[in-house]
Design a protein around this ligand. Structure first.
Ligand code: HEM
Length: 404
């Protein structure tokens, strides 16, 4: 328990840290990686380069500090991060390392303004925050390992099938090398894949949403080939597309994530996706038709055109079911798309279209896609009066904000 004085120091210094937040976390990463280069095996280098991780971490540290005497209030945020940490294999031993270099970075950036009193208060606060993460993650590790077919850490999976789904998306069907059972999951959850790439000094870990319904003897991921091999995201997805083949082994951690379809509800459900954001939506669609065949579900997918539109046949097949409706939006259809009537609407998903076609006052909405797509959908739903608790979304990579 922190004493009142420490709490006051923490709360009064949050604005200062907020002002220098990104400089501090950038410095923190420099110092930490210089002294613990082995951590580059778990951190996503692409997020580092884009500064996204810095923002995500800084944001969480301020939030946690503001609620240092009531961490319960930010439990959903802690849990969402803890899912990611568990999936990456972050362990209690890692926390003192992060704490040490975070405090050194604060000292470095704030200089004389960081008095011993302030540093001591932040050291105490960091320990309280770290303990909250560690205990929630311990529960998650237990749960992942103790459930049927579950396991701790990474496990070898064989690529049983590799299926090209579009010009840019390929699916991988993964089965455990040991032929044992595999853990169940909730539709919308992801797995982490750890890759060793030839010529690369460090391993790369990436999260991919599961794109099939649970209950199979495999996990399916559907991966988009990102442009260019120079950026780390492009490097990893290009490696999966070109360098990983049927029969190869991938390192996989048990499913995780707090974005999933609530199947105990019976409200109509609207699944919206842009581009490769369709992967968690596919899992949700397939799960609804299997578990809740009477539930109304609308599947709305936006892609540039037919060349990059993945899993179309699967959705078309499911759309024949009585309670399933699907709409395809192309913003740049090809002549072939027009000839073959491959889409329903040319352009983007707009507020007016949603108002016209969807009974927005009753439905639960789930969406995933590029940030501009998600911002537009979020804004439209808010404008149409959809309540916050019925809006669910997932970012690729670190969570950000959908507000402008
Ligand atoms: C991800 C916060 C401790 C390693 C994240 C994210 C946040 C965060 C906000 C982004 C989650 C998302 O993707 O939406 C924190 C806080 C910590 C902490 C507040 C301390 C209390 C640690 C420790 C390690 C670690 C001890 C390991 C040394 C990672 C990694 C990611 C991550 C590897 C994924 C980021 C990426 O690959 O770019 N953390 N974290 N974190 N965290 Fe932590």
């Amino acid at each position: 328990m922190l004493n009142q004085k420490t709490i006051e120091i923490i709360k009064s210094t949050v604005p200062v840290l907020e002002q220098h937040g990104e400089t501090i976390t950038t410095r923190f990463y420099q110092l930490m990686f210089a002294n613990h280069p082995e951590l580059l095996n778990i951190f996503n280098h692409a997020n580092q380069k884009q500064g996204r991780q810095q923002k995500a971490l800084a944001g969480t540290v301020y939030a946690a500090a503001m609620y240092i005497d009531n961490l319960e209030a930010i439990l959903p945020v802690v849990k969402q991060i803890a899912h990611k940490h568990r999936s990456l294999g972050i362990k209690p031993d890692h926390y003192p390392i992060v704490g040490k270099y975070l405090l050194l970075a604060i000292k470095d950036v704030l200089g004389d303004a960081a008095t011993d009193e302030i540093i001591d208060a932040w050291a105490e606060a960091y320990n309280v925050i770290a303990d909250a993460f560690i205990s929630i993650e311990a529960e998650m590790y237990d749960e992942a390992a103790s459930q049927q077919g579950g396991w701790d850490g990474f496990r070898n999976f064989i690529v049983a099938r590799k299926v090209v789904e579009s010009d840019v998306i390929t699916s991988f069907y993964l089965k455990p090398e040991d032929n044992g059972g595999i853990a169940g999951y909730l539709p919308g959850q992801y797995i982490s894949i750890k890759l060793e790439i030839d010529g690369e000094k460090f391993t790369h870990i990436r999260q991919y949403s599961l794109s099939d319904s649970p209950g199979k003897d495999y996990y399916r991921i559907s991966v988009k080939r990102e442009a260019g091999t120079a950026n780390p995201d492009g490097m990893v997805s290009n490696y999966l597309h070109s360098g990983v083949n049927e029969g190869d082994i991938l390192n996989v951690s048990a499913p995780a994530g707090d974005f999933f379809l609530e199947t105990e509800k019976n409200t109509p459900v609207v699944l919206l996706s842009g581009g490769v954001g369709l992967t968690p939506m596919m899992s949700m669609l397939k799960t609804v038709v299997e578990l809740q065949p009477e539930r109304k579900v609308t599947f709305i997918h936006a892609a540039a055109n037919g060349k990059v539109h993945a899993l179309r046949e699967e959705v078309e097949e499911l759309s024949k079911l009585e309670h399933v409706t699907s709409y395809v939006f192309y913003d740049s259809p090809t002549e072939e798309d027009r000839r073959n009537n491959r889409f329903d609407v040319e352009g983007y998903v707009t507020r007016d279209w949603l108002k016209d076609k969807i009974a927005v006052e009753e439905a639960d909405f789930y969406f995933c896609g590029p940030v501009p797509f998600m911002k537009a959908i979020n804004r439209s739903l808010k404008d149409l009066g959809v309540k916050e608790e019925r809006i669910h979304f997932e970012f690729f990579g670190p969570k950000g904000s959908l507000e402008d």
